[in-house]
Ligand binder design. Structure first.
Ligand code: SF4
Length: 198
């Protein structure tokens, strides 16, 4: 299966399916897919979509959200960006643009529909899958609850999966209102990440 990963990665990297959609956004940007996986990855981070900073750098979670996520995982940058150990597969591989209020637009559904089935088949079994934010949780876990309720039920998904809130600064208030996340979930998350990556 893993021999299919390199061609898939190349196809995703050159995908331009959303060119017209992105050209119509306020930023009028071109697609810049950020596929991030190699054979042998054991940890999956399934998120929403790249933001503007990642669109510019070409590296996933290359922003303050990524710093917080790495802290949650107990990984340094070299470990986090090692594609042969960590696969990062969002609901869309490109920055979707901003809405009228300056918030990120939702990931275009055509991305998941085009790439996810083939990609997850080629990735094979992953030892630990982290679902970051509501979009990834609804798709991968089939949850219909909000992020707080889904993450609060984190023990239901162990040992091979965990739902996480998005590590954005916008969720700093959420973290304060839900102290169990740092006190109870994070120690288990860090231990599981170490187990699967060593
Ligand atoms: S978001 Fe996905 S489908 Fe759209 S251009 Fe980027 S890689 Fe292609």
């Amino acid at each position: 299966m893993t021999e299919r990963l390199s061609p898939l990665r190349d196809s995703i990297a050159t995908c331009r399916l959303c060119a017209e959609r992105f050209a119509a956004t306020a930023t009028q940007h071109s697609p810049r897919p950020v596929p991030w996986f190699r054979p042998g990855a054991r940890l999956l981070i399934a998120g929403q979509a790249p933001g503007m900073r990642v669109h510019k750098s070409g590296r996933p979670f290359d922003d303050p959200s990524g710093d917080r996520l790495r802290d949650w995982l107990g990984l340094n940058k070299a470990e986090f960006w090692d594609q042969s150990r960590v696969a990062i597969v969002p609901m869309a591989f490109c920055f979707p643009g901003y809405d009228a209020k300056g918030s990120d637009l939702p990931p275009p559904p055509i991305c998941r529909a085009t790439w996810h089935d083939a990609l997850f088949e080629a990735l094979g079994p992953l030892s630990l899958r982290l679902y970051v934010g509501g979009a990834a949780q609804r798709y991968h876990l089939g949850t219909k609850t909000g992020v707080t309720e889904t993450v609060a039920a984190w023990r239901d998904h162990l040992p091979h999966a965990l739902p996480l809130p998005h590590p954005s600064w916008r969720n700093t208030g959420w973290l304060k209102r839900n102290p169990w996340f740092e006190a109870e979930l994070l120690p288990v998350l860090r231990a599981r990440v170490r187990e699967v990556l060593t």
